[in-house]
Design a protein around this ligand. Structure first.
Ligand SMILES: NC(=O)c1ccc[n+]([C@@H]2O[C@H](COP(=O)([O-])OP(=O)(O)OC[C@H]3O[C@@H](n4cnc5c(N)ncnc54)[C@H](O)[C@@H]3O)[C@@H](O)[C@H]2O)c1
Length: 452
């Protein structure tokens, strides 16, 4: 019979501390609030949904961050952000190039947030790096492998700090999973199954009707939506990815699936509308989901929503769009040392979030994006983790399960102290996971495994 001591020293089992002690470490959550040596100033390009998410930190924790310049071609969004931060008229710009032009004699702020559409990430980032801005660049960082490499070369040349918006790395859930693997609570990592359930209505909203419906104009789905997931997988495995393979396509959202008699818009008296889960009237007017895209509050009159549906792509039939993004993708990934992962992106789910299954030589973790359970094979006991925010309500004000505000917290800390190591999603590591995404897309289109 094996002694207790030899159980403890199973070769894959971490630093020798018992499981309970190591597992307890996972509940240490970093508070959102930090103090900076001074109030850092921010210029914002793109005052849309993401452009408002990160500056919210400065409102929650006054004295840390202040927006002092904004560029948005939408006059209402520009005005709203300008007014919210008392930005002088001379610092309110239309096109992003005006903000760059105004900074030729010296940058306008300590940091720049680039929250423009996907096709406007690389060029502004290159221009801003050359002006010396430290940048928070929304994902996807660029539209091609070549652009990713250009960004990296420019960052190395200029020495500025660039954080990419891989918010999941900062969410307490994924931080706890990462720590669990570092502490070898599953022993030696062997395989991960990771799922991104996009959710049926979110798919219709963003990737069939919305901004990301055309993978050529923006980026392919595996980059546009799932670069987060490839990044998380690479981060958890903590090894280089060697080879990827991908399959998938459009199963539902195409003309041949349109119901008989369906007009081009849901608002044009579609006979199927009352039964269609993708009906724009149902999603926006009855359920009142995603109204932020119209800058409308949830309690606005129905007519205001219906007017938007009559005038924009958001009212069009999902079977008669110009979409080309796959609604399901299945990928396999091989990492150094033989560690494997499979990732699926699924439109047809009732909820969003992420689902994780992590297999190691001593244990198994199953998680749902908010909570997870470690099952050890030696003790045969389950160990449950769930997120208990240390500073009350404030984590709840952050999107991506706390990740949005935790990312800007770490970015501010890194800029304030000039300590690049505080930044988990720096440009270099993010280039690597973006390249995995572009390789997956090549594999999906060519039907072959792709070496990275
Ligand atoms: N990190 C994440 O989890 C996450 C989540 C959603 C979106 N994103 C990314 O963030 C970026 C922004 O997405 P969003 O949902 O905020 O989009 P959005 O449409 O709400 O905001 C983009 C803003 O850019 C403005 N704009 C467009 N062209 C411009 C120009 N030439 N000059 C100045 N302003 C211009 C638009 O008017 C708009 O207000 C996208 O690249 C998206 O992929 C990241």
């Amino acid at each position: 019979m094996r002694s207790k001591k030899s159980d403890k020293h199973f070769p894959h089992d971490g630093d020798g501390r018992d499981i309970e002690t190591r597992f307890a470490e996972l509940s240490k959550i970093e508070p959102l609030e930090i103090t900076t040596s001074r109030e850092l100033t921010m210029a914002v390009m793109g005052a849309g949904s993401r452009g408002n998410e990160y500056p919210a930190y400065g409102k929650l924790f006054p004295g840390t961050l202040k927006v002092v310049a904004v560029a948005d071609i939408d006059p209402d969004r520009r005005r709203r952000m300008g007014d919210a931060w008392d930005i002088p008229a001379a610092r309110r710009f239309g096109d992003w190039r005006e903000l760059i032009a105004a900074g030729t004699g010296g940058r306008l702020a300590d940091i720049l947030l680039i929250a423009l559409p996907d096709n406007l990430h690389c060029e502004p980032a290159l221009a801003a790096m050359r002006q010396g801005y430290d940048i928070l660049l929304e994902k996807p960082m660029a539209q091609s492998e070549c652009e990713c490499n250009d960004l990296l070369a420019c960052q190395r040349e200029t020495g500025v700090m660039v954080a990419v918006g891989h918010v999941l790395r900062y969410s307490p859930y994924f931080r706890a999973l990462k720590r669990a693997l570092e502490l070898r609570l599953v022993g030696e990592l062997v395989n991960i199954q990771h799922q991104e359930p996009v959710m049926y209505a979110h798919m219709a909203h963003s990737f069939v009707r919305g901004n990301w419906h055309d993978g050529q104009a923006t980026t392919p789905m595996i980059v546009a939506k799932s670069c987060h997931d490839l990044d998380i997988l690479k981060w958890l495995v903590d090894r280089h990815c060697l080879r990827v393979g991908a399959e998938g396509g459009i199963s539902l959202f195409k003309a041949e699936n349109a119901p008989d008699g369906a007009p081009t818009r849901c608002t044009d008296g579609c006979p199927c509308e009352p039964h269609c889960p993708y009906s724009a009237i149902d999603i926006y007017e009855r359920k009142r989901w995603f109204l932020y895209v119209f800058d409308l509050p949830r309690d606005c009159p129905s007519e205001a929503i219906l007017e938007k549906l009559r005038m924009t792509d958001y009212g069009r039939c999902v079977f008669r769009m110009d979409n080309n993004q796959p609604d399901h993708i299945v990928t396999t990934l091989l990492f150094e040392g033989g560690v494997t992962a499979s990732f699926t992106m699924d439109a047809f789910t009732p909820w969003g979030g992420r689902r994780s299954r992590i297999m190691g030589t001593l244990g198994y973790i199953e998680g749902d994006g908010k909570t997870f359970t470690l099952h050890r094979f030696d003790t045969c006991k389950p160990y449950k983790w769930s997120f208990l925010p240390p500073d009350g309500e404030k984590y709840k004000e952050s999107g991506h399960a706390g990740g949005d505000l935790a990312l800007i917290r770490d970015f501010l800390k890194a800029v304030d102290t000039r300590d690049f190591s505080l930044l988990s999603s720096n440009l270099q590591v993010s280039v690597e996971s973006h390249l995995m995404g572009f390789a997956c897309e090549r594999s999906r289109l060519n039907g072959q495994m792709v070496e990275i």
